[in-house]
Design a protein around this ligand. Structure first.
Ligand code: GMT
Length: 380
């Protein structure tokens, strides 16, 4: 099939899931057209049946805000017509779903009926989408989508709670391509590990876009409590608005010398590969892709129990869950795992085992089944 994937190109989880899905579909022989305002960061390699279409909003001095959604709509119309697409798959509702709806109406005037699928990822529902400045458009475009999927049961509940939904919503969890993650560090990984932890300190990590919702302050506080009991280093990978506060808190708590702030990294897999424990104490997390990536690398996870995290992290098995903000309990749980080598190895094994519930082979057919049901773009 010829599939248009509309996505954010950045390090955010929805963009990563959309890109990995497209790559896996391309490997199965589908023709994939990524549509975004920048080259997707996870689209590292060329494949003959993958195309990238860039949306370039036209600038004009009158516009205080560039009309991205209109440029995206026009691009969708263009790509569907000239590449003869069978369907569009929008990742993250804002503004992709409403742009797809608008494109669909325009395409009808060209006698083309293009189906579009909307996959809701998280803050498009839980934070941003339910805001009155977006809510009517989000409700409408979810209800008008030809198929709607969400990444967790929790997100489905949130969607039904916050919006007047008349459409069916199917849960398709996120996935990982296990071959991208390492269980056994290679020579380069060991060198990297030694550089960060020269005296064999435990390596604790956190990867995110450093937004408030990730509770970076809790990450640093949990680390400080762990470090009081066992030698440890903290790797913080990512960047975003909370970075300055994190730097400040590290100096207030006197832990800066044991915190490595790496900024945005291309390959978070290299971080997980050398980590002993992963922290994700988020305020809300519809799924928690970073937690799943850590588990796939055999890294146990200490997380909050908000949103979809209990569907990803199995309490007492792949790691531990606590109430949001309960940093004392999170640190205690971390120390249970780091108690001794035998216990840590057991949790690492269990973390990996649990991640096998989310292999790409299990998830891909669920999307393909929807694509097949919606069939090809029809000439009316
Ligand atoms: O909502 C965001 O933070 C953005 C979004 C993204 O594009 O990264 O993240 C959401 O989607 C991810 C992929 O499905 C999920 O793993 C994240 O849990 C979810 N973020 C939140 O719910 C905060």
């Amino acid at each position: 099939m010829k599939i248009g994937i509309v996505l954010y190109p950045t390090f955010g989880g929805s963009g990563i899931v959309a890109t990995e899905l497209g790559k896996a579909l391309a490997e199965k022989g589908h023709e994939i057209h990524f549509i975004s305002y920048n080259h997707p960061v996870k689209l590292e390699h060329f494949l003959p049946n993958i195309r990238y279409h860039e949306v370039r909003p036209f600038n004009y001095p009158l516009f205080d805000y560039q009309p991205y959604e209109l440029a995206l709509t026009s691009k969708l119309v263009d790509v569907v017509r000239y590449e003869n697409l069978d369907l569009l798959h929008c990742h993250y509702a804002i503004p992709h779903a409403s742009a797809a709806y608008f494109a669909k109406q325009i395409l009808k005037t060209h006698n083309i009926d293009i189906p579009f699928i909307t996959t809701l990822h998280g803050t498009d529902i839980t934070l941003v989408g339910k805001h009155p400045s977006f809510e009517p458009v989000i409700t409408f475009s979810i209800n008008e989508s030809d198929a709607v999927t969400v990444v967790s049961e929790s997100l489905k509940r949130d969607t039904l709670r916050h919006f007047a939904i008349t459409n069916e919503i199917k849960v398709i969890p996120n996935f990982v391509e296990h071959s991208h993650y390492c269980m056994t560090p290679g020579k380069d990984d060991i060198a990297r590990r030694d550089a960060i932890s020269p005296e064999g300190q435990y390596i604790i990590s956190h990867v995110s876009n450093f937004r408030k919702v990730k509770r970076l302050g809790d990450v640093v506080r949990i680390f400080e409590k762990i470090r009081k009991k066992v030698p440890a280093k903290l790797i913080l990978a990512g960047d975003g608005p909370e970075r300055y506060k994190v730097e400040q808190l590290c100096s207030e708590l006197g832990v800066c010398q044991d915190v490595e702030m790496l900024g945005n990294v291309q390959t978070a897999a290299e971080i997980y590969c050398i980590s002993d424990l992963f922290l994700l104490p988020s305020e809300t997390e519809s799924f928690g892709l970073a937690a799943l990536e850590a588990l796939a690398s055999g890294v146990p996870v200490i997380s909050s129990n908000s949103g979809g995290l209990p569907e990803v992290n199995k309490h007492g098995f792949s790691g531990f869950l606590s109430d949001v903000g309960n940093v004392d309990e999170m640190a205690e749980n971390a120390l249970k795992i780091l108690k001794d080598k035998e216990t840590l190895d057991r949790y690492k094994q269990q973390a990996h085992e649990h991640s096998l519930n989310f292999t790409i082979d299990r998830i891909l057919p669920k999307y393909e089944a929807i694509y097949e049901r919606l069939a090809t773009a029809r000439v009316i």
